[in-house]
Design a protein around this ligand. Structure first.
Ligand SMILES: [Zn+2]
Ligand SMILES: [Zn+2]
Length: 376
């Protein structure tokens, strides 16, 4: 990945106006509707990404300090899996200024048309969201017809100039009214405004220039995604008409629940049930984490609903998986409803010790025991 400042051709201390001017100039130059050179579209997207980062003082500061690695998503921003923001940027780009290709419906219809973006919903397992995964998906989308290379015309023939409008894409209609005669301009009905018609349509796509196909794609799900995260797969939407660039595929993720672990941002919550003896005396037990069973130290004197923290066992931060949240384990203490005769004897022995000593030792460590046995 090239340096964002280099991509925009500005120095590292460029102010926001300089950045904006540079971005607009380059976006105009490499816009896929204007620039048909190979690699122009890629360049256009890179420029968009560079400006998206440098145009925002906050992300710019992080980029300056940490480079690409500093741009990981912050928690609670479900869209950070989308590493381009191209769709949003595209709209800003067109509403922001009157570029040469934003000149109305006529030029859009006649020129190449960008293919549609597509949505694909994907449900993944809890652990796959935590650690990321490469997944194969099959998506239905439109691809440029191989036989006619998108022209829609049978091999050897080509689109011919529309005879109705003479290639103008528009027809003029004169209407006589009591007030005089008016000329109306309308889209040509024979060629739908394209100025060309296909006299001999391609057999495999019926003249549409595109085919509906199911495509296998490998997508990379980054670690730390959550339900609602959108991943953009560049260029895998529908093929564009008349040689237009393809749209993008957006994969919308839904993450399944885990039977034992609950996720809250970067934190994982879980519960563990221990015996009253483990609570009083302390113990080392095994608890479930996303990394597998892990030892947890139960300190002596643990209380019901006490929360113990396993550091770094939470969710990796999207875009910066080295940073992980914690797992918070809530301790449930189970009191036995039935005990054996032997246990009963031992407990009664304890109880008698504490009924003798308990009143004097109230504020000592044994206070814990006297609380437990004060009722007997
Ligand atoms: Zn075809
Ligand atoms: Zn026509």
């Amino acid at each position: 990945m090239a340096d964002y400042y280099d991509l925009l051709g500005v120095s590292r201390d460029a102010d926001s106006d300089t950045l904006k001017t540079a971005y607009r100039r380059l976006a105009r130059k490499y816009h896929p509707d204007i620039n048909k050179e190979k690699g122009a579209e890629e360049r256009f997207k890179e420029i968009g990404r560079a400006y998206e980062v440098l145009g925002d003082p906050q992300t710019r500061a992080r980029y300056d300090q940490f480079g690409e690695a500093g741009l990981g998503g912050s928690a609670g921003m479900p869209d950070m899996g989308d590493m381009g923001g191209f769709a949003d940027l595209f709209e800003t780009f067109f509403s922001g200024f009157g570029g040469p290709s934003s000149g109305g419906a006529r030029s859009q219809r006649r020129g190449p048309q960008q293919g549609e973006d597509l949505r694909y919903d994907l449900t993944i397992e809890f652990n796959q969201a935590v650690f990321g995964q490469e997944r194969e998906i099959k998506i239905p989308h439109l691809e440029t017809c191989n036989t006619c290379r998108g022209s829609g015309a049978k091999q050897g023939s080509g689109p011919v100039t529309c005879s109705t409008c003479g290639g103008a894409g528009q027809v003029r209609r004169a209407t006589r009214t009591p007030f005089g005669s008016f000329t109306q301009v309308a889209e040509c009905p024979s060629c739908n405004g394209t100025g060309q018609v296909i006299s001999d349509p391609c057999g495999s796509c019926n003249g549409k220039g595109v085919d509906q196909v199911r495509k296998k794609l490998r997508i990379n799900i980054p670690a730390g995604v959550d339900s609602g995260t959108r991943l953009r797969v560049s260029g895998e939407g529908n093929a564009g008409a008349r040689g237009g660039s393809p749209g993008d595929l957006y994969v919308f993720l839904k993450v399944k629940n885990h039977p034992k672990l609950k996720r809250d941002g970067l934190t994982i919550h879980s519960e563990v049930t221990i015996s009253y003896l483990q609570a009083i005396l302390g113990d080392i037990i095994e608890v479930d984490t996303v990394d597998g069973p892990t030892s947890l130290q139960i300190p002596s004197g643990s209380q019901p609903n006490q929360v113990l923290v396993l550091e770094n066992k939470g969710i990796p931060k999207l875009g910066n998986p080295v940073a992980r949240g914690n797992q918070r384990v809530t301790v449930n203490i189970k009191l036995p409803s039935k005990i054996s005769n032997q246990e009963s004897q031992l407990l009664e022995e304890l109880a008698s010790i504490y009924s003798r000593k308990g009143t004097q030792n109230h504020h000592h460590k044994s206070g814990l025991f006297s609380r437990l046995f004060s009722k007997s």
